[in-house]
Design a protein around this ligand. Structure first.
Ligand code: ADP
Ligand code: MG
Ligand code: MG
Ligand code: MG
Ligand code: MG
Length: 446
């Protein structure tokens, strides 16, 4: 059932919708929304809703500040929470952003992803699928409603009271997501205290990214109801596992068949799957800044916590950047394990797709898979096997991105330039900090 303008308006009336959130995502990955009352819904559905783009960091210059919001009818969704004062409901529409001249705005991450998807179609594929595995922490709030770092849960995560608190909250999150059309496949407590993961069935690229953005909103909203704060910060606690968001991806061809699957080969992976992996390996250093965009992201990408540190692929173990899960047929997929939940999903998927398509177009053969634990290899053994390190800091990652015309092209000059400028500033500001670690280590020694 495809939504039409009339169907959406009727559905809004039938369900007592009073407000509609027109949502889009900025370069940083933050969800923005313009909330309109029901009376304005028709105007919005006719693509006549404008907003001031200059109010959004890094979005537009002042002289081109009026932007149009173009709602995606298929994203129509009614939330299951009420407006407290009148019992009316809130719905949302996810939007693309057009310029005053009614052309796609080059700074819109969602619109940009469409551009890379067009290239994919030109190469003969019908869809790029993403199944994300986001992890997050649930933190207790203090009396003023601010998150605390007190997990009260000292490592053993089986039967402590705060963990139960988190588990109930997670069940409520799952129920809310199921009402909103997420096909939940698994939800579980993660390795670290207070850490959780929820997985749902994959979707094609745009829808999958929309769902990640909705997911974050719902997790945070439901957590608040349980007096908890949900954080997607990649590494909130020293000495514990950080939060990742593995990306499971696959290409389907024009007949809707999984283009990574080929039952006739030894590993049952197609030539194109190998080339796609080749592209992901080749461009790994260059797209890391987009998949791991925070100073803090690099505190997660360290040894000892199942997060990748080395650029390699494997069918068997979970230490390398890329793992090929054993399922075949329609679920043949490539799992990229570096991505963390602070990444803008639209940007991350654009660079990943571009990297993989470059592999396919240029028939890039990947190196041999590494089926042993890379952490136990010596540096000499790693060099011999062609295993290189991922960037180890945001500044290194930005430099690698900046030096890659192909990755910058995946985002276009507007987004690339803004991203580089903002992230350079972020790192410069971090560089000047004097941390508690330094005080502890040096103050009394010198
Ligand atoms: P893991 O073993 O790494 O924990 P999960 O089972 O938690 O993996 O998650 C697997 C994810 O991969 C799910 O989101 C699932 O829907 C998704 N997936 C399955 N088949 C495909 C496919 N063909 N393309 C993309 N994602 C897929
Ligand atoms: Mg999982
Ligand atoms: Mg699993
Ligand atoms: Mg996990
Ligand atoms: Mg995984």
């Amino acid at each position: 059932t495809k939504w039409t303008k009339d169907r959406i308006i009727a559905d809004a009336h039938e369900n007592n919708v009073h407000f509609i959130r027109l949502m889009f995502t900025d370069i940083r990955g933050t969800i923005k929304n313009v909330e309109i009352p029901l009376t304005q819904l028709e105007k919005a559905l006719e693509n006549n809703m404008t907003f001031d783009g200059s109010s959004i960091e890094g979005f537009v210059r002042i002289e081109e500040s009026d932007m149009y919001l173009i709602p995606d009818y298929d994203s129509w969704m009614i939330f299951n929470w009420d407006v407290p004062s009148d019992g009316g409901r809130i719905a949302c529409l996810i939007c693309d952003v057009d310029t005053t001249k009614r052309e796609p705005f080059l700074g819109d991450p969602r619109g940009n992803l469409r551009r890379v998807l067009d290239k994919m179609e030109d190469l003969g594929f019908s869809s790029f699928n993403l199944g994300p595995e986001p992890e997050f922490f649930l933190l207790k709030l203090d009396e003023d409603g601010r998150p605390t770092m007190d997990l009260n849960d000292d490592g053993g995560y089986f039967d402590f009271a705060p963990t139960d608190l988190g588990e109930n909250c997670r069940r409520d999150i799952v129920l809310e997501l199921e009402r909103l059309d997420f096909e939940i496949e698994a939800s579980h407590h993660e390795v670290a205290p207070g850490q959780h993961e929820i997985d749902w069935k994959y979707n094609d690229a745009i829808r999958a990214c929309d769902k990640i953005q909705l997911f974050k909103l719902i997790v945070k909203t439901v957590a608040r109801r349980h007096n908890l704060y949900a954080t997607f910060m990649p590494k909130p606690i020293y000495g514990e596992s950080g939060s990742g968001m593995h990306f499971n991806v696959s290409l389907f061809d024009k007949d809707g068949k999984n283009a990574f699957y080929d039952e006739s080969t030894q590993d049952q992976l197609s030539k194109n799957a190998h080339y796609f992996i080749g592209g992901l390996i080749k461009h790994a250093s260059a797209y890391t800044a987009i998949c791991n965009p925070l100073v803090n992201s690099y505190k997660r990408l360290v040894e000892g916590y199942e997060a990748p540190v080395y650029i390699a692929w494997s069918e068997r173990n979970r230490s390398p950047l890329i793992r090929i899960p054993s399922s075949r047929g329609n679920s043949t997929r490539v799992e990229l394990r570096s991505v963390d939940p602070s990444a803008n999903p639209y940007l991350a998927l654009a660079v990943i797709l571009q990297a993989g398509l470059d592999g396919i177009e240029n028939k890039i053969e990947p190196p041999m898979p590494i089926d042993r634990n890379i952490y136990t290899m010596t540096p000499e053994e790693r060099i011999a096997e062609g295993v290189f390190d991922l960037p180890s800091s945001l500044s290194e990652a930005i430099a690698e991105f900046e030096a890659s015309p192909i990755m910058k092209d995946a985002l276009g000059p507007h987004i690339s330039d803004n991203f580089i400028a903002e992230k350079t500033m972020e790192f410069e500001s971090y560089k000047k900090q004097v941390t508690q670690w330094e005080l502890n280590k040096y103050l009394m020694m010198y």
